[in-house]
Design a protein around this ligand. Structure first.
Ligand code: RP5
Length: 165
């Protein structure tokens, strides 16, 4: 199946967190490619990946990076494919550095920045799915089913706590 989402991360050390995005996409049967490219260490490779993503009609790009995390912003500057940025905790600043690098984009070049770390990576997968669901009713149904499952889980947890007290 043709990949619909490209997941890029700044380093292979980001993989344990970025896997959360891929897991969500797999759950919804959305084919994706995962790779490593750094805005600073491999700028040419980053540009080539974006050009290839455009040629292969990738619909959403998820970019995760830590420290001075310019990857999502640089990617977004080269394409109008929607870019979701995942700030990663990779320094003594606990991810605040990456968060501010991503969320404070100048007007004109948006990056949809999610939470720092695993929660953000998971939400990046979900947001990518929701963006694509606009033109894909089968995918929209899967996401709505997922929401129903979440509701049931919370209700079950609430009932358990209520029974104990
Ligand atoms: C960033 O620097 C990467 O995204 C990673 O989070 C961080 C540290 O990279 P490594 O030194 O672990 O390769 O570019």
């Amino acid at each position: 199946m043709k990949p619909r989402v490209l997941i890029i991360m700044g380093s292979d050390t980001d993989l344990p967190v970025m896997e959360e995005a891929a897991k969500v996409l797999r759950r919804f049967d959305i084919p994706c490619i995962m790779t490593v490219a750094s805005a600073h260490r491999t700028p040419e490779r980053t540009l080539k990946l974006i050009k290839n993503a455009e040629k292969s009609r990738i619909q959403v790009i998820i970019a995760g990076a830590g420290m001075a995390a310019h990857l999502p912003g640089v990617v977004a500057s080269h394409t109008i494919i929607p870019v979701i940025g995942v700030p990663l905790d990779a320094s003594p600043l606990g991810g605040m550095d990456a968060l501010l690098s991503m969320v404070q984009m100048p007007p004109g070049i948006p990056v949809a920045t999610v939470a720092v770390g695993k929660a953000g990576a998971k939400n990046a997968g979900l947001l990518a799915a929701q963006i694509m669901a606009g033109n894909d009713p089968a995918l929209a149904r899967k996401i709505l089913d997922y929401r129903k499952e979440m509701t049931t889980e919370v209700e079950e947890k609430a009932a358990k706590i209520e029974r104990k007290n």
